[in-house]
Design a binder for this molecule. Structure first.
Ligand code: NAG
Ligand code: NAG
Ligand code: NAG
Length: 378
């Protein structure tokens, strides 16, 4: 009796697994030969249910990747038509009318093909400037205040403000409130390490600093989200989970003599009836040649992608959970200003890999036709 129960559970879990990938595509593949093809090839090999993309430099990047992936793949990018930067690709259905964006990321709701399950999915790419680990390796930095100045600059475009903008977005807080029914996933390149990673135990590897980086802390404290990788691997010493960098090993300005700090800056956070079952950084299966000799690499990015596989937990029957308020420290500094930025109205379009035509045969979709336009409503 006892013996067969585990097998039964395994079967259930297999049928409801959800594989999520976050993938910074390094200037849309421009730094390697046939970059767009290689991006699509890596996605096809991983075969995720949903991919969060960053460094989507133009709308046709998503069009071209989904076209190479082919029938059954769909994509959507941030509605900024000159520089979308974030995008989402999936082999499931993007629900029209669910597009929402913030300045540094975007969301759609996805209906998983074989079931009635839905996921609220955000792809984020936080600001890259004043990269914190550079400050920590600088021997002239001696206070946390100096490091924090880079995370929340007075320009209001820092990673703290980016994250405050997300967690105070009305659509996001509504999704969090309903996350016991529809899980919410926030994946992306945060350009900053985790508050759980720079501890006393590993400070020797971090320029002597143990430091609570704020961006992930805001997501955990203000939105009750969990980092899928740290849930499975709580010890940052044993499992650093480095994603930066695959090929950026030494700083170019000093003739490749100063090593680049290595950190985990790409994340898959979740909240809701999901349980991570595996989580790992990924950079393909071929050897990586560092910058400046990366042109022929099979892996097209300077980041590792991150992959988390989730299993469903039974949907809770409890009432909607409440969001904790955002930590007032972050609001009181510069966060408040960013709340005043009006969001532009703009459109996002769902892009199909192929159109089905003529008796089931698939032909490449003619460009700029048959797109479903989705009105952004925030
Ligand atoms: C997308 O494909 C079109 C047609 O092949 C090409 O002209 C364009 O440069 C491609 N864009 C990117 C970003 O690769
Ligand atoms: C689009 O993105 C670019 C680059 O980040 C930015 O300069 C521009 O203001 C954005 N456009 C809109 C309409 O938000
Ligand atoms: C976003 O929130 C606004 C305000 O609550 C709401 O009117 C709109 O429908 C929401 N958009 C989506 C896609 O949920």
């Amino acid at each position: 009796m006892i013996r067969w129960i585990p097998y039964f559970l395994v079967l259930i879990n297999m049928s409801s697994a959800l594989k999520v990938m976050t993938f910074n595509i390094w200037l849309s593949g421009a730094e390697v030969k046939d970059g767009i093809e290689k991006i699509a090839k890596q996605i096809r090999e991983v075969n995720p249910d949903i991919v969060a993309l960053q460094e989507v430099e133009a709308p046709d990047v998503i069009t071209n990747i989904t076209e190479i992936l082919g029938a059954g793949w769909y994509g959507v990018h941030h509605c900024n038509s000159t520089y979308p930067d974030t995008g989402i690709i999936t082999r499931h259905k993007i629900i029209p009318g669910t597009y929402v964006h913030v300045d540094y990321g975007m969301h759609v709701k996805i209906q998983l093909e074989d079931t009635k399950r839905q996921v609220s999915f955000w792809s984020m790419h936080l600001d890259y400037r004043s990269y914190g680990p550079y400050a920590c390796y600088n021997k002239l930095v001696n206070s946390e205040k100096q490091i924090l100045a880079g995370e929340m600059p007075t320009t209001c475009t820092g990673r703290v403000q980016n994250m405050v903008q997300l967690v105070t977005n009305e659509n996001f807080t509504n999704q969090i409130r309903k996350s016991n029914i529809v899980p919410i996933i926030v994946a992306g390149d945060f350009n900053v390490p985790s508050d759980e990673d720079w501890t006393e135990e590993n400070k020797a590897q971090h320029g002597g600093w143990a430091f609570e980086w704020p961006a992930t802390k805001i997501l955990r404290d203000a939105a009750g989200m969990k980092d899928s990788f740290r849930e499975l691997y709580p010890d940052p010493v044993a499992n650093p989970g480095i994603t930066w960098s695959t090929v950026n090993k030494f700083q170019k300005e000093w003739d490749y003599t100063i090593p680049e700090p290595e950190d985990r800056i790409d994340f898959i956070f979740y909240r809701g009836p999901l349980r991570p079952s595996s989580s790992f950084p990924y950079a393909g299966t071929s050897p990586l040649t560092p910058i400046p000799h990366q042109w022929d690499n099979e892996w097209p990015s300077d980041h590792y992608a991150f992959i988390t596989e989730f299993e469903d937990l039974p949907t809770s029957t409890e009432g909607a959970v409440r969001t904790k308020p955002v930590d007032p420290v972050y609001i009181n500094r510069h966060g408040r200003d960013i709340l005043r930025i009006p969001y532009p109205h703009c459109e996002a379009e769902i892009i199909h890999g192929f159109e089905e035509e003529r008796g089931g045969e698939t032909t490449p979709r003619p460009r700029r036709r048959n797109r479903v336009h989705v009105r952004a409503r925030n």
